[in-house]
Design a protein around this ligand. Structure first.
Ligand code: PLP
Length: 407
């Protein structure tokens, strides 16, 4: 219960139904920000917590190294790639940085041109800010691929933006705010015909969608453990054979020199165990989250001034994500009211805290109104959905009546 304890402003007057809960969230509808650690991952973490240094040349070191390499093999077989292509990182942000910066720097070093980088306008900041940083330093030229109102990237738009110097295209598998899915295989195939590698941030997709790296055609894939039931602080970059990547960290030469640093054996073992558990339960989870999301969507879009965003076709969006635009309410007041009522939700992306007034994603899609993201996961219950519907049904008209309720 203490999982989400945080400070809540005390000056807000009480809401009738949405009773204050001292900021202890009883209902977690923010699984896209982080989802609870699965028991299998927790057990693996504890089993290897006191592992020796996996590079040490003694029996305990070799045992730890075996755990790391078994986790790598297990992850690779779940992801449909070779173990040599899996580089463990501290999470999705580092995996994105390694793929994008590493590919740009490798291209810059081997050609006389300034590399050209193409990223979708709705990438997570781990890609977007990295790309802007590289462009700001003069390490690459950058173009953004526009999206439609549902957040979809068109293959033709992407191809039209290619230059002879394009080094990498980065388009996320699933958007963290809207849940919009991209057609990664079609994009990767069209780019491969032109010899341009595709990086895809699959951080949000891994919980509910099977990831077949080899068949997707992507040259690089970013993953993060805490989005599918492994702990925070571990992720992976899948870097396919043939993609040249300049290492960003230098030191002991671990992970074939691509990512130096002592292997966090416990986190790596937990990553593989979490991925395995998520994969085993994925089809059932996807079906149940689809139902949960539809139930929320049906109830909430009946309320005045509430619209659903993202693709209409369920096959083009994540089962876990519901993104709404709400007219006539102040986004900050909405966030406070829901927090106070014990609902953990997000206004934009949790990774850009304070993004309650919309984000680069809602702007790129031309969405108006207060944004609200509700995301479900493996611990979501019917009672969570009931409470969310009850609270929002109560809170929205009160917020619209405005000043009298929230000062
Ligand atoms: N990419 C996407 C799409 C995300 O949603 C996130 C986290 O929210 C990240 C990257 C960053 O992952 P991490 O928190 O593991 O650094």
């Amino acid at each position: 219960m203490g999982r989400y304890r945080r400070g809540v402003p005390t000056e807000l007057p009480p809401l009738a139904l949405a009773e204050p809960t001292d900021g202890v969230h009883q209902v977690d509808l923010d699984h896209a920000a982080t989802t609870p650690t699965r028991p299998e991952a927790r057990a693996a973490l504890l089993a290897w917590l006191d592992a020796a240094n996996a590079s040490a040349d003694h029996a305990e070191g070799r045992r730890a190294r075996t755990a790391v390499e078994e986790a790598r093999e297990r992850s690779a077989s779940l992801l449909g790639c070779s173990p040599h292509e899996v580089v463990f990182t501290s999470g999705g942000t580092e995996a994105d940085n390694l793929a994008v910066t590493g590919a740009v720097w490798a291209a810059r070093d081997r050609t006389r041109h300034v590399p050209h980088l193409l990223v979708s306008a709705i990438e997570h900041p781990a890609v977007l800010r990295t790309a802007e940083w590289l462009a700001g330093r003069g390490d690459c030229e950058l173009d953004l691929i526009p999206v439609d109102a549902a957040g979809r990237v068109e293959v033709e738009h992407t191809l039209a933006l290619l230059r002879p110097t394009t080094t990498l295209v980065s388009v996320m598998t699933a958007n963290n705010e809207l849940g919009t899915l991209q057609d990664v295989p079609a994009l990767a195939a069209a780019l491969a015909e032109r010899d341009v590698p595709l990086h895809t941030d699959a951080v949000q997709a891994a919980a509910t969608l099977p990831l077949e790296v080899a068949t997707s055609g992507a040259a690089a894939v970013a993953l993060s453990g805490h989005k599918f039931g492994a702990p925070q602080g571990v992720g992976a970059a899948v870097l396919r054979r043939g993609l040249a990547v300049e290492p960003l960290t230098h030191g002991g030469g671990q992970d074939r020199g691509v990512r130096s640093g002592t292997f966090p054996a416990a986190l790596i073992a937990a990553f593989a165990a979490g991925l395995d558990a998520a994969a085993n339960q994925q089809a059932a989870l996807r079906a149940s989250l689809q139902d949960a999301t539809e139930r929320l969507a049906t109830a909430l879009t009946c309320l005045d001034g509430v619209r659903r965003n993202g693709p209409l076709d369920p096959s083009q969006r994540l089962a876990s994500h519901l993104h709404l635009s709400i007219d006539g309410v102040d986004p900050t007041a909405l966030a406070f009211a829901l927090d106070r009522a014990g609902l953990a939700t997000a206004g934009g992306s949790a990774c850009s805290s304070g993004a309650q007034r919309g984000s680069h994603v809602t702007r790129a899609c031309g969405l108006r109104g207060a944004p609200l993201r509700l995301t479900t996961g493996w611990t979501t219950s019917e009672a969570d959905l009931d409470r969310a519907i009850e609270v929002l049904t109560d809170v929205l008209p009160r917020l619209r009546r405005g000043a009298t309720v929230l000062g």
